[in-house]
Design a protein around this ligand. Structure first.
Ligand SMILES: [Zn+2]
Ligand SMILES: [Zn+2]
Length: 194
């Protein structure tokens, strides 16, 4: 025994140990690969978030600039400052907004009482305004003001203005009701409008 072991000697033995050296090399290689991988990830991530062709290079350069030692901070920084939505998310959101808008437009309002009505209703159940007629020939819903069916070209009975609209009519009753129905020239002329 020659007294206490020398700490410097222990350290020297440790770092010159081939196993330790191999492990150290592998760790360094791993960190460098991670560094480059994160830089590439930032490049692709920015590509997905902007149409700007330059910004992805800036994102990758930010990671590279921070070196393998502290690139993790650049990674955090990038995640904080990157655009919040990807282009796919922006596109999806605009699609959703468009379909919402189409939905709102599809929900028609009664021209007289502004109540919500379905696009295939014949009359407004609230104020009895004529919304549609049924073609006497093809039995499809047509606009009250049409004098001819847009679908089959059949002449429609001329609207008798001033008469109150008929309350109900099913498509298969259309032919029978055709003479007695009094469709209005315009739904705005709802005679029963209070
Ligand atoms: Zn109405
Ligand atoms: Zn028709």
């Amino acid at each position: 025994m020659d007294g206490l072991p020398d700490p410097g000697q222990i350290w020297n033995d440790f770092i010159t140990n081939p196993v330790v050296q191999l492990a150290g090399t592998l760790i360094v290689v791993y960190v460098v690969l991670l560094w480059l991988g994160v830089a590439y990830w930032a490049f692709r991530d920015m590509q997905a978030r902007t149409e700007n062709p330059i910004l992805p290079y800036f994102a990758a350069a930010l990671i590279v600039f921070f070196t393998p030692l502290v690139f993790i901070f650049a990674w955090f920084l990038y995640v904080v400052i990157r655009p919040r939505e990807t282009l796919a998310e922006v596109y999806e959101r605009s699609l959703a907004e468009e379909s919402l808008l189409a939905e709102v437009e599809k929900n028609q309002l009664c021209p007289t009482c502004r109540d919500r009505v379905a696009p295939d209703w014949l009359v407004c159940p609230n104020c009895r305004t004529r919304l549609h007629r049924v073609c006497s020939s093809c039995h499809r819903l047509i606009e009250p003001r049409w004098s001819i069916c847009a679908f089959c070209g059949t002449e429609q009975p001329v609207a008798a203005a001033g008469r109150p609209p008929v309350t109900t009519a099913a498509p298969n009753e259309a032919t029978a009701e055709r003479t007695e129905r009094a469709p209005e020239a315009s739904p705005l002329r709802g005679a029963t409008n209070p």
